[in-house]
Design a protein around this ligand. Structure first.
Ligand code: CP
Ligand code: NVA
Length: 295
Protein backbone atom coordinates (compact mmCIF):
# COMPACT_ATOMS: atom_id res chain seq x y z
CA UNK A 1 0.00 0.00 0.00
CA UNK A 2 1.38 3.43 -0.96
CA UNK A 3 1.31 5.85 1.98
CA UNK A 4 2.54 9.43 2.24
CA UNK A 5 3.96 9.82 5.74
CA UNK A 6 6.91 11.92 4.63
CA UNK A 7 8.27 13.27 1.37
CA UNK A 8 10.81 10.48 0.92
CA UNK A 9 8.00 7.92 0.75
CA UNK A 10 8.02 9.04 -2.90
CA UNK A 11 10.87 8.69 -5.35
CA UNK A 12 12.03 11.89 -7.03
CA UNK A 13 10.14 10.85 -10.19
CA UNK A 14 6.99 10.21 -8.17
CA UNK A 15 7.34 13.57 -6.44
CA UNK A 16 7.63 15.26 -9.84
CA UNK A 17 4.58 13.31 -11.04
CA UNK A 18 2.54 14.54 -8.03
CA UNK A 19 3.63 18.15 -8.64
CA UNK A 20 2.86 17.87 -12.36
CA UNK A 21 -0.59 16.44 -11.65
CA UNK A 22 -1.15 19.29 -9.17
CA UNK A 23 -0.19 21.89 -11.80
CA UNK A 24 -2.44 20.27 -14.42
CA UNK A 25 -5.42 20.08 -12.07
CA UNK A 26 -4.76 23.68 -11.02
CA UNK A 27 -4.94 24.91 -14.60
CA UNK A 28 -7.47 22.50 -16.15
CA UNK A 29 -9.55 21.29 -13.17
CA UNK A 30 -10.13 17.68 -12.14
CA UNK A 31 -13.88 17.36 -12.04
CA UNK A 32 -15.03 13.92 -10.93
CA UNK A 33 -11.48 12.54 -10.82
CA UNK A 34 -12.33 11.07 -7.40
CA UNK A 35 -16.09 10.64 -7.94
CA UNK A 36 -17.69 8.56 -5.17
CA UNK A 37 -14.52 8.46 -3.05
CA UNK A 38 -14.31 9.45 0.60
CA UNK A 39 -11.38 10.91 2.52
CA UNK A 40 -11.33 10.39 6.29
CA UNK A 41 -9.63 13.30 8.08
CA UNK A 42 -8.40 12.62 11.61
CA UNK A 43 -7.32 15.70 13.59
CA UNK A 44 -5.74 15.65 17.06
CA UNK A 45 -4.52 19.26 16.59
CA UNK A 46 -6.24 22.38 15.19
CA UNK A 47 -5.97 23.33 11.53
CA UNK A 48 -7.22 25.99 9.13
CA UNK A 49 -5.41 25.28 5.86
CA UNK A 50 -5.00 21.51 6.02
CA UNK A 51 -8.57 20.82 6.97
CA UNK A 52 -10.22 23.20 4.51
CA UNK A 53 -7.89 22.48 1.58
CA UNK A 54 -8.35 18.71 1.89
CA UNK A 55 -12.11 18.99 2.33
CA UNK A 56 -12.69 21.41 -0.54
CA UNK A 57 -10.16 19.51 -2.65
CA UNK A 58 -12.19 16.31 -2.30
CA UNK A 59 -15.41 18.17 -3.14
CA UNK A 60 -13.83 19.73 -6.24
CA UNK A 61 -12.63 16.30 -7.41
CA UNK A 62 -16.14 14.85 -7.07
CA UNK A 63 -15.52 13.09 -3.74
CA UNK A 64 -16.35 13.70 -0.13
CA UNK A 65 -14.42 14.25 3.12
CA UNK A 66 -15.36 13.33 6.70
CA UNK A 67 -13.88 15.46 9.50
CA UNK A 68 -12.98 13.46 12.62
CA UNK A 69 -11.84 15.80 15.39
CA UNK A 70 -10.24 14.85 18.71
CA UNK A 71 -13.61 14.53 20.47
CA UNK A 72 -15.32 12.71 17.60
CA UNK A 73 -13.54 9.36 17.51
CA UNK A 74 -11.78 6.95 19.86
CA UNK A 75 -8.29 7.31 18.35
CA UNK A 76 -5.71 6.50 20.98
CA UNK A 77 -7.98 6.95 24.00
CA UNK A 78 -11.13 4.82 23.54
CA UNK A 79 -9.39 2.17 21.41
CA UNK A 80 -5.90 1.43 20.11
CA UNK A 81 -4.76 3.37 17.04
CA UNK A 82 -4.58 0.11 15.06
CA UNK A 83 -8.29 -0.61 15.68
CA UNK A 84 -9.33 2.86 14.49
CA UNK A 85 -7.18 2.32 11.42
CA UNK A 86 -8.68 -1.07 10.58
CA UNK A 87 -12.25 0.14 11.06
CA UNK A 88 -11.83 3.39 9.08
CA UNK A 89 -10.19 1.41 6.26
CA UNK A 90 -13.50 -0.39 5.76
CA UNK A 91 -15.29 2.91 5.07
CA UNK A 92 -12.97 5.41 3.45
CA UNK A 93 -10.76 5.35 0.34
CA UNK A 94 -7.95 7.47 1.81
CA UNK A 95 -7.13 8.42 5.38
CA UNK A 96 -5.42 11.70 6.28
CA UNK A 97 -4.27 12.26 9.86
CA UNK A 98 -2.83 15.16 11.86
CA UNK A 99 -1.53 13.74 15.12
CA UNK A 100 1.09 14.60 17.72
CA UNK A 101 3.22 11.46 17.75
CA UNK A 102 4.69 10.46 14.40
CA UNK A 103 4.56 6.83 15.59
CA UNK A 104 0.74 7.09 15.56
CA UNK A 105 0.60 7.94 11.86
CA UNK A 106 3.02 5.05 11.24
CA UNK A 107 0.72 2.72 13.17
CA UNK A 108 -2.29 4.00 11.23
CA UNK A 109 -0.43 3.20 8.01
CA UNK A 110 0.72 -0.22 9.21
CA UNK A 111 -2.84 -1.38 9.85
CA UNK A 112 -4.71 0.53 7.10
CA UNK A 113 -5.89 -1.10 3.89
CA UNK A 114 -6.07 2.35 2.27
CA UNK A 115 -3.40 5.02 1.68
CA UNK A 116 -2.57 7.08 4.78
CA UNK A 117 -1.48 10.70 4.30
CA UNK A 118 0.36 12.63 7.01
CA UNK A 119 -1.41 15.96 7.60
CA UNK A 120 1.30 16.99 10.14
CA UNK A 121 2.95 15.28 13.07
CA UNK A 122 5.47 16.61 15.58
CA UNK A 123 8.19 15.40 13.17
CA UNK A 124 6.96 16.03 9.64
CA UNK A 125 4.59 18.04 7.42
CA UNK A 126 4.99 16.53 3.95
CA UNK A 127 1.79 18.01 2.46
CA UNK A 128 3.16 21.46 3.24
CA UNK A 129 6.32 20.58 1.33
CA UNK A 130 4.30 19.67 -1.78
CA UNK A 131 2.67 23.12 -1.72
CA UNK A 132 6.03 24.79 -1.06
CA UNK A 133 7.70 23.04 -3.99
CA UNK A 134 4.79 23.86 -6.29
CA UNK A 135 5.00 27.51 -5.22
CA UNK A 136 8.78 27.71 -5.72
CA UNK A 137 8.48 26.09 -9.16
CA UNK A 138 5.78 28.58 -10.16
CA UNK A 139 7.79 31.51 -8.84
CA UNK A 140 11.24 30.57 -10.19
CA UNK A 141 10.39 28.20 -13.08
CA UNK A 142 12.49 25.34 -11.69
CA UNK A 143 14.44 24.28 -8.60
CA UNK A 144 17.96 24.54 -9.97
CA UNK A 145 19.76 27.68 -8.93
CA UNK A 146 17.19 28.59 -6.25
CA UNK A 147 18.83 29.19 -2.88
CA UNK A 148 16.61 28.92 0.18
CA UNK A 149 17.53 29.91 3.73
CA UNK A 150 15.39 28.29 6.43
CA UNK A 151 15.66 30.57 9.46
CA UNK A 152 14.16 29.47 12.77
CA UNK A 153 13.20 26.14 14.29
CA UNK A 154 14.36 22.88 12.70
CA UNK A 155 10.81 21.62 13.19
CA UNK A 156 8.30 19.38 11.38
CA UNK A 157 7.87 21.81 8.45
CA UNK A 158 11.63 22.29 8.13
CA UNK A 159 12.37 18.56 8.26
CA UNK A 160 9.98 17.63 5.45
CA UNK A 161 11.14 20.63 3.43
CA UNK A 162 14.76 19.47 3.84
CA UNK A 163 13.81 16.14 2.28
CA UNK A 164 11.90 17.84 -0.55
CA UNK A 165 14.82 20.19 -1.18
CA UNK A 166 17.27 17.29 -1.37
CA UNK A 167 15.03 15.43 -3.81
CA UNK A 168 14.48 18.40 -6.12
CA UNK A 169 17.98 19.90 -5.99
CA UNK A 170 17.04 23.09 -4.16
CA UNK A 171 20.03 24.68 -2.49
CA UNK A 172 18.95 24.81 1.17
CA UNK A 173 20.73 26.20 4.22
CA UNK A 174 19.07 25.70 7.60
CA UNK A 175 19.89 28.28 10.29
CA UNK A 176 18.67 27.40 13.78
CA UNK A 177 19.77 28.20 17.33
CA UNK A 178 21.92 25.48 18.89
CA UNK A 179 19.79 22.61 20.12
CA UNK A 180 16.94 23.32 17.70
CA UNK A 181 18.38 21.86 14.50
CA UNK A 182 17.00 19.23 12.15
CA UNK A 183 17.24 15.68 13.56
CA UNK A 184 20.41 13.86 12.55
CA UNK A 185 18.28 11.01 11.17
CA UNK A 186 16.49 13.43 8.83
CA UNK A 187 19.82 14.83 7.61
CA UNK A 188 20.92 11.26 6.87
CA UNK A 189 17.70 10.56 4.97
CA UNK A 190 18.14 13.81 3.01
CA UNK A 191 21.67 12.76 2.22
CA UNK A 192 20.44 9.44 0.87
CA UNK A 193 17.98 11.09 -1.58
CA UNK A 194 20.15 14.06 -2.65
CA UNK A 195 22.19 16.72 -0.90
CA UNK A 196 21.41 17.25 2.77
CA UNK A 197 21.04 20.96 3.65
CA UNK A 198 23.93 22.94 5.01
CA UNK A 199 23.34 23.77 8.66
CA UNK A 200 24.45 26.80 10.64
CA UNK A 201 23.61 28.77 13.78
CA UNK A 202 24.19 32.08 11.98
CA UNK A 203 20.97 33.39 10.38
CA UNK A 204 22.70 36.34 8.67
CA UNK A 205 25.18 34.05 6.91
CA UNK A 206 22.34 31.80 5.70
CA UNK A 207 20.29 34.73 4.42
CA UNK A 208 23.18 36.55 2.72
CA UNK A 209 23.25 34.29 -0.36
CA UNK A 210 19.57 33.33 -0.43
CA UNK A 211 16.83 34.04 -2.96
CA UNK A 212 14.14 32.84 -0.54
CA UNK A 213 13.86 33.10 3.23
CA UNK A 214 11.52 30.54 4.80
CA UNK A 215 10.45 30.67 8.44
CA UNK A 216 7.86 29.08 10.71
CA UNK A 217 6.66 29.57 14.27
CA UNK A 218 9.13 29.14 17.10
CA UNK A 219 6.49 27.55 19.33
CA UNK A 220 4.73 24.74 17.48
CA UNK A 221 1.43 23.19 18.50
CA UNK A 222 2.00 21.11 21.61
CA UNK A 223 5.12 23.07 22.68
CA UNK A 224 3.29 25.77 24.61
CA UNK A 225 5.12 24.79 27.85
CA UNK A 226 8.47 25.58 26.18
CA UNK A 227 7.35 29.05 25.11
CA UNK A 228 9.50 31.32 27.27
CA UNK A 229 12.64 29.22 26.84
CA UNK A 230 12.16 29.10 23.05
CA UNK A 231 11.49 32.84 22.71
CA UNK A 232 14.80 33.43 24.46
CA UNK A 233 16.69 30.88 22.37
CA UNK A 234 15.39 32.32 19.08
CA UNK A 235 16.39 35.91 19.83
CA UNK A 236 18.11 37.22 16.67
CA UNK A 237 16.22 34.92 14.29
CA UNK A 238 13.24 37.22 13.58
CA UNK A 239 12.56 38.09 9.94
CA UNK A 240 12.08 41.84 9.48
CA UNK A 241 11.95 43.83 6.21
CA UNK A 242 15.58 44.85 6.86
CA UNK A 243 16.76 41.27 7.19
CA UNK A 244 14.67 40.17 4.21
CA UNK A 245 15.85 42.88 1.79
CA UNK A 246 14.57 42.05 -1.70
CA UNK A 247 14.39 38.31 -1.05
CA UNK A 248 11.18 36.27 -1.28
CA UNK A 249 9.53 35.36 2.03
CA UNK A 250 7.86 32.01 2.63
CA UNK A 251 5.93 30.88 5.71
CA UNK A 252 3.68 27.84 6.03
CA UNK A 253 1.28 29.75 8.33
CA UNK A 254 -0.16 30.26 10.85
CA UNK A 255 2.34 33.03 11.64
CA UNK A 256 3.01 34.38 15.11
CA UNK A 257 3.59 37.98 14.07
CA UNK A 258 6.07 39.75 16.31
CA UNK A 259 7.90 36.48 17.01
CA UNK A 260 9.48 34.71 14.01
CA UNK A 261 8.30 37.37 11.55
CA UNK A 262 7.19 40.98 11.82
CA UNK A 263 3.89 42.28 10.58
CA UNK A 264 5.69 44.48 8.03
CA UNK A 265 7.68 41.56 6.58
CA UNK A 266 4.71 39.25 6.12
CA UNK A 267 2.55 42.06 4.72
CA UNK A 268 5.28 43.07 2.27
CA UNK A 269 5.21 42.40 -1.47
CA UNK A 270 8.06 39.94 -0.98
CA UNK A 271 5.80 37.49 0.85
CA UNK A 272 4.33 34.65 -1.19
CA UNK A 273 2.64 33.07 1.80
CA UNK A 274 -0.87 33.27 0.32
CA UNK A 275 0.29 31.48 -2.82
CA UNK A 276 1.74 28.78 -0.58
CA UNK A 277 -1.57 28.54 1.29
CA UNK A 278 -3.55 28.30 -1.96
CA UNK A 279 -1.20 25.69 -3.31
CA UNK A 280 -2.01 23.39 -0.39
CA UNK A 281 -5.30 22.83 -2.22
CA UNK A 282 -3.77 22.12 -5.63
CA UNK A 283 -0.82 20.10 -4.35
CA UNK A 284 -3.04 17.81 -2.27
CA UNK A 285 -5.43 17.32 -5.18
CA UNK A 286 -2.38 16.22 -7.17
CA UNK A 287 -1.40 13.84 -4.36
CA UNK A 288 -4.91 12.38 -3.99
CA UNK A 289 -5.17 11.87 -7.76
CA UNK A 290 -1.73 10.23 -7.82
CA UNK A 291 -2.58 7.92 -4.90
CA UNK A 292 -5.84 6.89 -6.62
CA UNK A 293 -3.84 6.06 -9.77
CA UNK A 294 -1.56 3.69 -7.79
CA UNK A 295 -4.35 1.32 -6.68
N1 CP B 1 0.24 25.23 7.22
C1 CP B 1 -0.69 24.49 7.86
O1 CP B 1 -0.65 23.25 7.93
O2 CP B 1 -1.72 25.23 8.36
P1 CP B 1 -2.88 24.69 9.29
O3 CP B 1 -2.31 24.37 10.63
O4 CP B 1 -3.87 25.84 9.33
O5 CP B 1 -3.49 23.46 8.67
N1 NVA C 1 5.42 24.00 13.08
C1 NVA C 1 4.02 24.32 13.15
C2 NVA C 1 3.39 24.16 11.80
C3 NVA C 1 1.92 24.47 11.74
C4 NVA C 1 1.36 24.24 10.38
C5 NVA C 1 3.36 23.46 14.20
O1 NVA C 1 3.63 22.25 14.24
O2 NVA C 1 2.56 23.98 14.97
Amino acid sequence: MQHYLDVDDLTTDELTDVLDRAATIKSLGGENLLGGQTLGMVFEKPSTRTRVSFETGMTQLGGHAVFLGPDDIHLGHGEPVRDTSRALSRYVDVLMARVFDHADVEELAEYADVPVVNGLTDDAHPCQTLADLLTIREEFGDFDEVRVAWVGDGNNVCQSFALGAAMTGLDLTVATPEGYGVDESVLERADSVGDAPETTHDPDAAIADADVVYTDVWVSMGQEDERSEKLEAFDGFQITPDVLGDRTLMHCLPAHRGEEVTDAAIESENAIVWDQAENRLHAQKGLLAWLAAQS
